[in-house]
Design a protein around this ligand. Structure first.
Ligand code: OGA
Ligand code: ZN
Ligand code: ZN
Length: 384
């Protein structure tokens, strides 16, 4: 029975007991007494038969606009394998695996259950218990890899130890997740103080709390910073959970929060060969209205272009956000040593480094980016 258009398996949570039919709805009763209504259009839309879903790609070839809006179910029952069988007015027949059907049921209880199981991110402040992982383990063992990736997703800041200190060693680790996202700074960029720096990152300055490439429509999802040498004095790393800051601001100063969500500002990154610009608000929300992204690098920001009446209030909000990132209650601070790396959610976790003295010892980090989609896809596949 080809009754699942998917690559995952859906365990049977509860068998189907009975089916009742009304003009628009097929309602099933499960053995655990839950009742789930399914609209005729929903069932037809999700028919997994070989005419509706191409078995090679497991993608739909049928479109719901191919049948009338007032499509009718002719008959519905439970077949000998326990699947829901639906016969349509045009003679088409659909079968639904009960594990799949239960996993996608949209009665109120089933939806509340799915909502409760949705992965929840943990917010953190200065006292973060840093999730630390072992390089050899995540390179060799898929379970260790999954554990690390879940921490990147849910905590947004992790450290990996035992990484070789040869230049380039970061690439195979990043590729355990997926493609590296290249930028004008290279697939792998070198973070070193240099005279002809094309970014404040490539100096020995204090680098305030920021996200990388806020100048792009899509900021890189993950950032890696791998320490090859850190013999310089100073240069410790600092991090802030940007979502914790944004949510605290929402509670403490609603007006500032609203302005940071609403007013777009321009971030710019220019050198002799490139000129990147992005106009976007500092805080972005997702479809649920929850904080989903922070965009902030003061050293890459253009002049505010805001209506006069909002300029002063916006400065107040923008300053407030930066002041909060500077507060000790939010800051996690640690020096990165040779053979260690940071991997963090660049659209959530702001990072910074203290100034250092390049004359008193070498400091060389290598970095790269991987997008959030790649992380989430890798997690789904590892969890199959
Ligand atoms: C960067 C950066 C941090 C550091 O290169 O974007 O933030 O510790 N570097 O040098
Ligand atoms: Zn079909
Ligand atoms: Zn940076």
């Amino acid at each position: 029975m080809n009754a699942i258009a998917d690559y995952r398996t859906y365990p049977l949570i509860s068998p189907l007991l009975s089916v009742t039919l009304t003009p628009e709805l097929v309602e099933v009763l499960w053995a655990d007494q839950r009742r789930s209504p399914f609209h005729a259009l929903w069932l037809r839309d999700n028919c997994p038969c070989e005419a509706c879903v191409y078995s090679v790609t497991r993608e739909q070839v049928f479109e719901i606009a191919d049948v009338p809006l007032d499509l009718e179910v002719r008959a519905a029952d439970i077949d000998e394998l326990g699947a829901l069988r639906v016969r349509w007015q045009d003679g088409h027949e659909s079968r639904f695996d009960p594990g799949w059907l239960r996993a996608h049921a949209y009665d109120n209880d089933s939806r509340a259950e799915r909502e409760a199981k949705r992965p929840r991110q943990q917010r953190w402040v200065a006292g973060l218990e840093l999730p630390v992982f072992d390089y050899a383990a995540v390179m060799e063992d898929d379970n260790a890899l999954l554990g690390w990736l879940l921490a990147v997703r849910d905590v947004g800041l992790t450290q990996v130890r035992g990484v070789p200190t040869e230049p380039g060693s970061l690439s195979p680790l990043a590729r355990r997740i997926s493609f590296i996202r290249e930028s004008n700074f290279g697939a792998l960029f070198n973070v070193q103080s240099k005279a002809d720096a094309d970014s404040n990152a490539y100096t020995a300055f204090n680098l305030p709390l920021h996200t990388d490439l806020p100048t792009r429509e899509l900021q890189p999802g993950l950032q890696f910073l791998h320490c090859l040498v850190n013999d310089a004095q100073g240069g410790d790393s600092r991090f802030v959970d940007g979502f914790a800051v944004a949510e605290t601001l929402r509670m403490e100063d609603q007006e500032a929060y609203r302005l940071l969500c609403e007013v777009p500002v321009e971030f710019r990154n220019k050198d002799r060969r490139s000129d990147y610009r992005c106009l976007a608000p500092v805080i972005a929300l997702d479809a649920r209205g929850e904080v989903a992204e922070v965009r902030m690098a003061n050293f890459l920001r253009g002049p505010f272009d805001i209506e006069p009446a909002r300029m002063q209030p916006y400065y107040r909000a923008y300053r407030r956000f930066i002041e909060m990132t500077r507060e000790a209650r939010f800051q996690f601070r640690q020096r990165l040593e040779a053979g260690q790396l940071w991997c963090f959610d660049n659209r959530r976790t702001l990072h910074a480094r203290d100034a250092f003295d390049p004359k008193r010892g070498a400091r060389h980090f290598q970095g790269c980016y991987v997008d959030r989609d790649e992380l989430l896809s890798r997690i789904w596949v590892l969890q199959r």
